[in-house]
Design a protein around this ligand. Structure first.
Ligand SMILES: [Fe+2]
Length: 277
């Protein structure tokens, strides 16, 4: 009788621990998939032209076709940041949720805030051709600059920085500015672009990226767990450095298909450029 009581007490404790863990995980998952973390990053460099000192960039990545309420939250945060430029680093649509009307609303609203520049992500390139063409038309209709193996100059007064955007790391025209900014959906292209531009004699200074979704699961002291090419990817979130090049990675705003995040919150980066004297 005494022994039976002990077993049922142990079983009770086991169920309490198990249900507490399940509850913590559920809360963590709801939080990670709904809360938008806004990270402010100040990027300093002596190569930033004087007229760009204080220029503000909002980085929006991996929108993955969210609904209108979510769109309005993103727009409100972006408006409040009062950016000079908005960089959109791919996966605006989602190859499972291929409703380009949602992406159209997002692109329209975001284009009304500040000049927008975008590069494509793997999901954008993998939706049916007619959906991709619709997405491209939306961006063009709203005056968003599509960078796809393209380098342009951004001017403030008579000073400029270069802005390059590409899908494949090796696909880019020469950059001729003192400060070279890059947009590429894939953070794993950071090192090859840095190395190749260094060989060209005008190394990339700052790249903006997404794709990793923060490593989908994030652990304290470890960072992102799941990468597209294996576990524990190198670059999943925030400011990273490699051989005098820097990259800012957004954990993104949506999920691939139905893969939820755990402890990797949605992420908007507000980057302020500062000229270092
Ligand atoms: Fe994505």
């Amino acid at each position: 009788m005494e022994n039976e009581k002990k077993i049922s007490k142990k079983r009770k404790i086991f169920y309490i621990v198990l249900s507490s863990l399940a509850l913590i995980l559920a809360v963590l998952m709801i939080f990670s998939n709904t809360y938008i973390d806004v990270e402010n990053i100040t990027f300093k460099s002596p190569d930033i032209p004087k007229n760009f000192d204080g220029a503000k960039i909002v980085l929006l990545s991996d929108y993955h076709n969210q609904g209108e309420n979510f769109c309005d939250r993103v727009i409100k945060i972006t408006e409040e940041a009062d950016p000079d430029y908005i960089f959109i680093t791919g996966d605006i649509v989602d190859r499972i949720r291929t409703d380009t009307d949602k992406a159209d609303i997002f692109l329209k609203k975001v284009s009304e805030i500040a000049p927008c520049y975008l590069v494509w992500g793997n999901h954008d390139k993998n939706v049916p051709r007619e959906d991709f063409e619709r997405l491209k038309s939306s961006a063009e209709n709203y005056g968003i600059t599509i960078l796809d193996g393209t380098t342009i100059r951004l001017y403030k007064g008579d000073e400029f920085v270069s802005l390059t955007g590409n899908y494949y790391y090796y696909d880019y025209p020469p950059c001729d500015a003192d400060f070279n900014i890059w947009l590429n959906h894939f953070p794993e292209n950071f090192e090859p672009i840095s190395e190749q531009t260094k060989k060209d004699g005008n190394q990339m200074d700052l790249m903006f990226s997404g794709h990793a979704h923060g490593g989908i699961i994030r652990l304290p002291f470890v960072g992102g767990v799941i990468g597209h090419n294996g576990l524990f990817p190198d670059y999943t979130s925030g400011l990273c450095e490699y051989d005098n090049s820097y990259m800012i990675v957004s954990r993104g705003l949506g999920n691939s298909g139905n893969v939820p995040r755990v402890s990797s919150t949605l992420h908007i980066v507000i980057c302020e450029l500062q000229r270092e004297e």
